[in-house]
Write a protein that binds this ligand. Sequence first.
Ligand code: GDP
Length: 585
Amino acid sequence: MNIVFTGHVDHGKSTVIGRLLHDTGSIPLGKLEAIKERCRKNSKTFEYAFLLDALKDEQSQGITIDTARCFFKSNERDYILIDAPGHIDFLKNMVSGAARADAAILVIDAHEGIQENSKRHGYLLSMLGIKQMVVCVNKMDLAKHSKKTFDEIKSEYATFLEKIGVKPKAFIPISAKNGENIAKKSKLMKWYKGGTLLQEMDRLHASKELGKRPFRMPVQDIYKFTGSGDDRRLIAGRVEEGTISVGDDVTFYPSSKTSKIRSIEMFNLPARESIGAGYSTSFTLTKEVYVRPGEVMCKTREKSSVLTGHAFTANLFWLGKEPLTLNKEYKLKLGTSKAYAKIRSIKRVLDASSLKSSDSKLQVDRHEVAECVIETVTPIAFDLISSCEATGRFVLVDEYEIAGGGIITGAMKNGRKELDEKVLLRDMKWVRSALPAKTRLGKYSHKPQLILITGKKNGNKPKIAKILEVLLAKKGYPAYYIGIRSVIYGVDSDIRSAERYRDEHLRRFSEVLNILLDAGLTVVATASDLHEDDIENIRKIIEGRKMTLVVAGEDYFVERSSAVNITDLNDPAKAAEKIFRRLSA
Ligand code: GDP
């Protein structure tokens, strides 16, 4: 069970953890003495918090153990304690999924009382979907073990938690320093009738085992086997939830492509029949499909598949120096997917500590929490936080820095126009030319067609295209060569950043091709790195017109093979002739 520890700085969080580890006998033999000895030598007072630091130093030398975690066993079960250093780091870890927690322990100093961060943390925990909370009122020794002090803090904090819809499982008066009510019942606070911290932790409910939930694997990468004649691909990623076996039908979202698991491959390990949550692995499929990193692989037969779309409602916590504003573009990271996103609307903004709320704010300032609607430029696959943690939370990046994060609370019907709708509208509004293409082009009798040359960058594509253009013209085709660059610097001069507007560049390029085709031309076009779904989109835009796909260099297409594959890139003339022969075949 994963438990996150939070609290205002110096309220004793590290001491509580150190003490828990010590009192449950989880400290390696001799460690405590060694630290005590070191303190004596340096004339420093021993602190239980040092135990934690010492263990962390040790752990950080191992490769697999995250420095923010430590482990211990009670009689009931295994625990992973997640130390949340500051609330900013804590939030970053929580929203990015680095720290996944089933429950939280919040530490409040009895002497100092409830601080801003005590509230902020409480709110964040509830906002992040962590509903189980235990509150430790620490340093009771400094409050003379007074029931009155404890009751006051308890009542004030419980009222606060109630407002945000959290009912804590327990309030425990403790003294971490002296080990009161940590693993042993305190004799100095007999008025307290509840359990010790350890007992209350053992009473928390563990969430359903990850392996038993619906299957989710965000695709991290796609690798190709390099062996000659082996054209299989490996779909790699980390299984976040669920279990899958060879032979299971799978669907990838948001593309909705389907296939079946052929094999499960582990690096340097024998292949296995099934695999479950927590493993990074790769799969081969019986039918090759073209999917991109960022898609989520689900089991086709499981009813609760991920949601897909362009918009969702979210609880978002903002950390950015600049306020979060409507209509500004941010980069959204969710699972392994990345998409450009905007805030479509802000429903409510709350100050995370005072909890003052506003329904009319149009921006979210630093350390504020907002309920908002987020819209992405490209469709993404996601889950509600209540269904799956890994695909139910996201971070927003502003100028290369994580500036906020949150959890998804609902799916929205998409308000954006899909490509299909755009094409439909265009066709409805299209004003036909008075001349049929045939008449306009006079003696030319060739039907309009597109020869689309793609492939990796630097494949001599423009050279090949231009030789082909000349060849076609000589044979009486109304040939016209156009490279995507001519569109990017002209039609697209209002959108320059190539990566950000890739889809829009392609859409506009395709619309230009469509106009040229409508004019009756034989269009030779070049664009690098087009993928299967790009080709599908181009096809949609140019509708039923003839298209010949040429790939210069490695033919990376999976679901459709290119009509012509140019393997020798150093001889553009020969390549152009090969294409021409294919056209006239
Ligand atoms: P953190 O910043 O929340 O991790 O706080 P630490 O665990 O480092 O504790 C801060 C200080 O409070 C240290 O000097 C601890 O010795 C002290 N402290 C922690 N728990 C207790 C307690 O129960 N009683 C008293 N008197 N001091 C404590």
